[in-house]
Design a protein around this ligand. Structure first.
Ligand code: PNS
Length: 188
């Protein structure tokens, strides 16, 4: 193949693949920390595919159908966000799309080791996929799906940390009233 044809091919490939990112995760449930990452990624990428992992081993609180319903509803007015789910290896799912980048949020140094291992393993499984890390915004660096579930389960308020729809779904799930966030001693 002549060099100029190779460059043309590369350009075609670039046009077809470079601007799509996959944002994989459990999203059990989605938080404003996740949403912030998606919104910032849309400044860089034309399209973001939110890929909800169907990993039953993690014993999710919400079924994959429930998580899909919530995330689809939250992004229903954002046409360049696609919401999907996947089973099995991320690299196999990515191979079916035209994405080359996996997007992950980093909250703190404590996230780094897990993320580093995952990115390195994915890279060893497929050199087609690279991982791009975005620092979680300062407003949400303490927010995780795990702590959201714990606080909601114990009756604490999580308003402002997850969308209202998620607050409602958590309330339904735990059959508990999720109260407004309140700091003891401040309002009394
Ligand atoms: O939100 P999470 O739970 O931190 O997301 C983790 C996720 C779903 C991105 C990760 O567990 C994953 O990619 N699972 C699919 C299975 C896989 O590809 N494993 C190999 C990478 S270690």
């Amino acid at each position: 193949m002549r060099r100029c044809e190779m460059v043309k091919d590369k350009k075609e490939e670039f046009k077809n693949t470079a601007k799509v990112a996959i944002y994989p995760g459990s999203f059990d449930p989605i938080t404003y920390g996740h949403i912030d990452i998606v919104e910032r990624a849309l400044v860089i990428f034309d399209k973001v595919i939110i890929a909800i992992a169907e990993n039953e081993e993690k014993r999710p609180l919400f079924s994959v159908e429930e998580r899909l319903e919530m995330v689809k509803e939250i992004f229903k007015d954002t046409p360049n966000v696609i919401v999907d789910s996947f089973k099995g290896l991320l690299v196999n799912y990515v191979a079916k799309t035209n994405a080359r980048v996996s997007l992950r949020g980093l909250r703190a140094t404590s996230d780094f080791e897990y993320e580093f291992h995952m990115a390195s393993m994915n890279r060893s499984l497929s050199t087609r996929l690279d991982t791009l890390f975005m620092m979680t915004s300062k407003d949400y660096f303490f927010v995780s799906s795990r702590t959201i579930k714990e606080v909601a389960r114990l009756g604490g308020g999580v308003e402002g940390l997850v969308p209202d729809l998620v607050v409602t779904r958590l309330r339904e799930k735990f059959r508990l009233p999720v109260t407004k966030r309140k700091q003891i001693g401040w309002d009394d």
